[in-house]
Design a binder for this molecule. Structure first.
Ligand code: GLU
Length: 502
């Protein structure tokens, strides 16, 4: 029996070295990013090292640009790595495709020791074998056809030019046990593990071999990864055992699920961290939000800064059950973080979204001083930066497009509205200073003078100058728009009203 009580190792004074080991197969899923974050938090909490290793040995699944996407996502969240492809380190190279010799050496050694063997089975034979297994309702797996080939049989195959794969010789009996820091004791019967491939015929290792060789070579102390890898762990431990290496501490965490408890996928909406950036979430929000999916301080604290998360992080507080991705909570949290920004910070972060999202006739680059003045008016109401263009659009467009009946407040007619706006226009043009206070001082008494409720006059003015019925406070809005724009828009409103009543 191969037995590892890796929890006994917790007390060992090994320096903490953890890694994020993505395969560059696409855009970085928030689930993977959260795995990276748990590793990063562990390293920063313990004063250890966080390593980025690119597991690019599956040539068929490699996606051009994926490494850049992954790095971009990590950097956006401030998940900096101490060692990795671009920054280097003592344990490099950090691309597995640049470490092929190491894997070959390990595979050769395992063959020589009798822990692995060459397999010459053709892909066609393996497909056929699988079909038969399915038909016989047997569990799928390699049938060990080449496990005990005689030397002359091997020589024959070699002479035929067949390039073999290397397979691990899994013991036929017994179990592999290990203690996972989250899942506790885990046992796998060897009879359920087939003789898996270590080295493919193209000379590339499988994930299993490369992962073990590198975690050992890079002196990784804790392997923190998603629970989908639990079933790979006994294979890894068998390789560790055969190579005579000490395995790391295993920590498999539950995956992020959607509200329907299914693994979070595109079906649930955005899943790539880069999509969340594009859709107006702040990195601070994503950091806080993702760290608290499946990890908690005390079951009630929702808002935690990066430093608080580092200070309080512990593997023990990662939950055992699937963690739900709650989009309403994410939106709420983003609003909280947006409101906590200084106006200047908010402006700078919103600016690219405005440049991108305002209608095309609006002149670019935007007048930053003008933008700065309107941002305090929308900060309270912005939940995502992508909403900013819609909220401030009326400040920029030349012609407002709205239904003229919206100008007419309750208990008013086109005529009385016309008169009210006309009177406002005349007074506004004479106002010596055009700011929030002077507008208030002018317009409140004017409503009374016209025999109107403040709400009636302000409603008409609001629609006239913004084209909308719900906006930031009227006087502040008018002050930012400035006298000229306000007067022009009131004129246009008067024109619409005249057309309505004619
Ligand atoms: N390359 C694997 C992945 O893409 C790494 C799994 C592990 O951390 O061992 O997730």
């Amino acid at each position: 029996m191969v037995e590892y009580h890796s929890s006994e190792r917790i007390a060992m004074p090994t320096p903490v070295r953890v890694r994020f080991a993505p395969s560059p197969t696409g855009r970085p899923h928030v689930g993977g990013i959260r795995t990276a974050m748990f590793n990063w938090l562990m390293a920063r909490h313990a004063g250890g090292k966080f390593v980025l290793r690119i597991e690019d040995t599956d040539v068929t699944r490699k996606v051009e640009g994926a490494v850049e996407y992954i790095m971009d996502g990590l950097k956006w969240l401030g998940l900096d790595w101490d060692e990795g492809p671009d920054v280097g380190g003592d344990y490099g190279p950090y691309y597995q495709s640049q470490r092929l010799d190491l894997y070959r050496q390990a595979a050769d050694r395992l063959v020589k020791q009798g822990d692995a063997y060459y397999c010459y089975c053709s892909p066609e034979r393996l497909v056929e074998m699988r079909k038969e297994q399915v038909a016989r309702k047997q569990p799928p797996g390699y049938d060990r056809h080449c496990r005990d080939l005689a030397p002359q049989e091997r020589a024959q195959k070699e002479a035929g030019g067949i390039v073999p794969v290397v397979r691990f010789k899994v013991p036929l009996e017994g179990q592999t046990k290990f203690t996972d820091l989250i899942y506790g004791d885990v046992t796998f019967e060897h009879s359920t593990i087939d003789d898996f491939v270590l080295l493919k015929s193209d000379g590339y290792p499988t994930y299993h071999l490369a992962n073990v060789v590198d975690d050992h070579a890079m002196e990784i102390s804790h392997v923190i990864r998603g629970e989908e890898w639990v079933s790979s762990t006994p294979r890894h431990l068998l390789i560790y055992g055969a190579l005579g290496y000490d395995p790391p501490q295993y920590v498999h965490h539950p995956l992020i699920v959607g509200p329907d408890r299914a693994k979070l996928s595109k079906r649930h909406g955005d899943v790539s961290i880069l999509e969340f950036r594009k859709h107006g979430y702040l990195p601070e929000t994503m950091f806080n939000f993702l760290a608290l999916i499946g990890w908690s301080l005390d079951d009630k604290t929702e808002l935690m800064t990066r430093q608080e998360l580092i200070d309080n992080f512990s593997l023990e507080r990662i939950g055992k059950t699937g963690a739900i991705f709650n989009r309403d909570k994410l939106d709420w949290m983003n609003g909280v973080y947006i409101r906590s920004l200084s106006i200047e910070d908010f402006t700078q972060r919103a600016l690219p979204f405005l440049e991108q999202g305002l209608p095309s006739p609006v002149k670019r680059p935007l007048d930053i001083d003008y933008v700065r003045r309107m941002m305090p008016l929308i900060q309270e109401r912005t939940k995502k930066l992508t909403e900013a263009p819609g909220l401030v659009k009326f400040f920029f467009v030349d012609k407002l497009d709205y239904d003229p009946t919206l100008l007419i407040a309750r208990n008013m007619t086109p005529e009385s509205t016309l008169a009210a706006l006309d009177a406002s226009s005349q007074r506004l043009s004479k106002l010596s200073i055009f700011n929030e206070e002077s507008l208030e001082t002018l317009l409140r008494p004017l409503a009374e003078e016209l025999g109107l409720k403040a709400g009636q006059l302000f409603g008409a003015l609001r629609t006239a100058v913004t084209g909308e019925t719900a906006t930031p406070p009227l006087f502040q809005t008018m002050a930012v728009l400035g006298r000229e724009r306000c007067l022009r828009r009131i004129d246009e409103a008067l024109e619409k009203l005249r057309r309505l009543s004619s």
